[in-house]
Design a protein around this ligand. Sequence first.
Ligand code: ZN
Length: 267
Amino acid sequence: MVLSYDDGTIEDIELARLFDKNKLVGTFNLNSRYLGVTRSWPQKNGDTIYQKYVPKDSLLIIYKNHEIAAHGTLHKNFGDILNKEILEEVNTDIDALTKLTNKDIVSLAYPFGNTNASIAKLISRTGIINGRTVADTYKFSLPEHYMMWHPTCHDSKALDYLSTYLEMNNQELSLFYVWGHSWEFGDVKRWYDMVKFCNKVGKAKDIWSVGNGELTKYLKAIENIEIKNNRITNPVDNEAIWINLSTGIKKLNPGNTIKIKTMAKSV
Ligand SMILES: [Zn+2]
């Protein structure tokens, strides 16, 4: 399961705490230039919404157990700006977040969810290995493209889909991918739905709650596995992978080979 949250406003503090309580891992997509500031967002009806962003010096405290990811340094719409500016938005965000956290920044959520094949290709030159859209699929399948990764659904619908997911008994890998904004949890009903959702997921024994970057690396590692003559080999420069054997789940470290008798069709 991936839980991907955008913008880095101070409501992330409460959400990250909820994830921590349930041993869940979030992916938090931040706009580095807004860290520590209060910003006004003019609304169509004439109102103005003010948003407060988390302080720069607290990232490693708030997001201690979570992945920190990019969301464009100034949240510009990539569909409205030149390639040069897109790269600047992404690279500036990566640099700033890397400096503040000392961690590799490899995931990104597109501001306003806006992207296309050429933008995705452009950004894949920056060190980003996955890019999330807001085009909900309402499915639990793995992504077709890491750089145009369509989530399962927005968190406002996540609870509706959870029992179907928990009841699935599928041998193939599946993914429940939820996205949203913590500032939307000002709506009390939605917050309590999220609390319920996290409590249930936290209790599930067969869900791996993981950052988008770590999941991407793992899926790529699976692609690198060599299967020949009933032997499964994990290349030396790969990551460790887990194999579901009739005797149980076994970890296969890089450089190791395992001999098996027969293979299930879904492998
Ligand atoms: Zn955003």
